[in-house]
Design a protein around this ligand. Structure first.
Ligand code: BGC
Length: 381
């Protein structure tokens, strides 16, 4: 255990903390999250950045969008690197971010033509992706300033983020009160607990949009990362990336990640679905289905650094997006340009366009119910 303690203390020293304020892996004391001013929005609203660390993981989170601005984990030699794409300034996030590190809501992924009917009533949402609504519309939860509080609890350290979305925001019915908890455990796991309540029937599908590159942000392509996904089916899409409703088998297709393979292995196959997505941009139907407790669904591994990410979730779906629309126009935190395939997203979720597919697991939330989902990211090397 001495090694773990040394790692924790070394990590603390690097972050400017003293050993006295940090416990062992068995964690008597953990350092409270530290808050600083990150910048201001055009209207003067302050945006804060929270820094926290535990078990070798260092996390920086913005009150704007609940954005994970940086997530550092060690490689097989104990060397930390930020493995999440992001920007240095609030101006960059506001100007044009493809949801780097952000909390996504009210509805992660697409709703066809931004339309759905609930209890016989038609709703029209803000449309921001061709004719469709993506990630909650043009001002989704990724562009809202959240109320953030830091906490320590036993050997855990974390943040509680609150946002209230008013009735009719982006076209969605009901006042939605959202609480997201980010926890760093003593093992360095990053756990995300989502909760929401409403005062009118509505639809909800919350997720997190971290762009992973386990070799380090700005280090180049993730096509040599190995990925496995515990899903025997996926939801094929049309040219607008809206599910057709079919749950297609992955067997015999580039979508078969049941055994680990590199992201790049089949990405250039002339498969119609890869043409539509310009790579992988699809929802996997997780074999475990919706579960009360988070269950293991995916492993990502970078052979060069040895870093691994394991994902467990309560959700029935996983969007694997291979960073296809990164196009060399954005410069990230390390001063390097992000190009196609420089990161990938693994978004735990309900299926895209569920409000228009009664056969998909329901995303309806009614007054009196509490929406609850959990995703746990575990790191190793
Ligand atoms: C979607 C992509 C989209 C990206 C936004 C992903 O969740 O699946 O289609 O382009 O978010 O950057």
């Amino acid at each position: 255990m001495e090694t773990t303690r040394r790692t924790v203390i070394a990590a603390a020293a690097a972050a400017g903390l003293t050993a006295a304020t940090v416990g062992t892996a068995h964690g008597a004391t953990v350092r409270k999250p530290v808050k600083e001013l990150f910048g201001k929005l055009a209207d003067g609203t302050k945006v804060h950045r929270w820094s926290l660390q535990n078990g070798g993981t260092r996390l920086k989170v913005l009150s704007y969008g609940g954005i994970v601005q940086s997530l550092e984990i060690p490689d097989r030699h104990g060397r930390h690197r930020n493995v999440s794409l992001g920007f240095d300034t609030i101006e960059d996030y506001v100007a044009s971010s493809p949801y780097f590190g952000a909390l996504i809501g009210r509805y992660g992924n697409r709703i066809a033509k931004g339309r759905f009917t609930l209890d016989g009533k038609p709703y029209q949402l803000a449309v921001n992706d061709g004719e469709n609504s993506l990630h909650g519309g043009d001002k989704g939860f990724d562009k809202r300033v959240w109320d953030v509080e830091g906490f320590t609890s036993g050997s855990d350290v974390g943040l509680v983020l609150h946002y209230t979305s008013v009735d009719g925001e982006m076209g969605y019915p009901g006042t939605l009160r959202v609480k997201v908890t980010y926890t760093l455990t003593r093992h360095g796991d990053w756990r995300v607990d989502y909760a929401a309540t409403t005062d009118k029937a509505t639809v909800v599908n919350l997720t997190s949009h971290v762009y992973w590159n386990l070799a380090g942000e700005g280090s180049g392509s993730i096509y040599d990362h190995e990925l496995s996904i515990a899903g025997s089916r996926y939801t094929p899409v049309d040219s607008g990336l809206i599910p057709t409703g079919e749950l297609a088998r992955v067997a015999g297709s580039p979508f078969d990640f049941r055994r680990a393979k590199t992201v790049g292995e089949d990405i250039r196959e002339g498969h119609q679905q890869l043409l539509y997505g310009q790579g992988f941009d699809h929802n996997w139907v997780l074999d475990k289905g919706s579960t009360a407790k988070p269950e293991h669904v995916a492993v990502l591994r970078d052979p060069s650094s040895g870093r691994t990410l394991r994902i467990a979730t309560t959700e029935p779906g996983l969007q694997f997006y291979s960073g296809n629309f990164l196009d060399g126009t954005l410069v990230g935190t390390g001063g390097r340009v992000y190009r196609q395939g420089d990161a990938l997203c693994l978004e735990t979720q309900h299926f895209p366009d569920s409000p228009n597919h009664p056969s998909f697991p329901s995303t309806v939330l009614r007054p009196g119910q509490t929406y609850r989902t959990t995703t746990v990211h575990s790191f190793g090397a």
